[in-house]
Design a binder for this molecule. Structure first.
Ligand SMILES: [Fe+2]
Length: 282
């Protein structure tokens, strides 16, 4: 079935696993965040051990999108350091891949990660390729944010699929962004929205305090919120099945800085639904 609604799980609570599905990355450790049984697509955190490498050319039969959470990985002599990003379409050849000191990547496969037959002349769709983005060299753009959302937030675009409008971007908020009067309508989207909390706290009035490592697969037309942030945050956001559209309810709901922790999780993630212990700054 399609992927279930996940709002939200702290990745830190999920243990590392071995024996990754497909035949392309059988020698990594991973945490599965969400997986579609029908098309084989998934979102996971992959850990490449120090010295991991592929010395001969290879390509996948599916797209691979990634954001480096920690460490660094080298693909075709380009070093992807912490917080860099790539979207490598199906058929894109990796002549050499290596991680010298290890790396942890948030990774999205668009199907089962299967190796293609060895060939030096595969083709890929160049319109989908985003070979390398270094967000640290980009400016935050508040002009890209939906004007329905409150001011102060900003975006760094990573890619937009020219055929579907599906998009991936970083979304940041400064601290102390509070719903006015501590109440605001909930909202949703007609497409799936995937979120990974890179840093900071994102407080859901209805779900609890999502902290760094928090992950969501927000299904279509399910209302959540209101939300606020005391610390500020930096999120990786991806839309699935269409461009980003926000739909707001009309009824205001109350917001609190200490909402009850009550995530909505599928059976396979339910054992890992605990909140992160707080980490005081004093
Ligand atoms: Fe959204």
């Amino acid at each position: 079935m399609a992927r279930p609604h996940i709002m939200f799980v702290q990745t830190q609570m999920i243990p590392w696993s071995k024996n990754f599905y497909g035949n392309a990355r059988t020698d990594v450790e991973f945490k599965m965040l969400s997986q579609d049984d029908n098309d084989g697509s998934s979102t996971c955190v992959i850990r490449y051990s120090p010295g991991w490498s592929r010395r001969t050319p290879e390509h996948l039969l599916t797209h691979e999108e990634f954001f480096v959470l920690d460490g660094a990985i080298e693909i075709n002599d380009r070093l992807y350091e912490k917080h860099s990003y790539g979207f490598l379409p199906a058929g894109y050849i990796r002549d050499r891949t290596a991680s010298y000191d290890g790396a942890v990547l948030l990774t999205m496969f668009y199907g089962v990660p299967t190796l293609g037959l060895v060939a030096t002349t595969t083709t890929f769709d160049p319109k989908l390729l985003v070979e390398y983005v270094n967000p640290l060299a980009m400016e935050w753009d508040p002009g890209l944010v939906d004007p329905q959302l409150s001011r102060g937030v900003a975006i760094k675009p990573l890619r937009t699929n020219p055929y579907t409008g599906e998009t991936s971007f970083l979304y940041s908020s400064p601290p102390h962004r509070t719903p006015p009067g501590m109440a605001k309508p909930q909202w949703t989207h007609p497409m799936v929205e995937e979120l990974y909390t890179i840093e900071g706290d994102y407080v859901w009035g209805d779900l609890g305090r999502m902290q760094r490592g928090g992950y969501c697969w927000w299904r279509e037309d399910i209302y959540h919120g209101p939300a606020g942030t005391d610390t500020g945050y930096n999120l990786f956001v991806r839309t699935i099945n269409g461009p980003l559209v926000n739909t707001f309810d009309t009824v205001k709901k109350p917001f609190s800085w200490n909402p009850t922790h009550q995530p909505i999780l599928p059976l396979e993630l339910a054992p890992y639904g605990q909140p992160l212990p707080p980490t005081p700054n004093y």
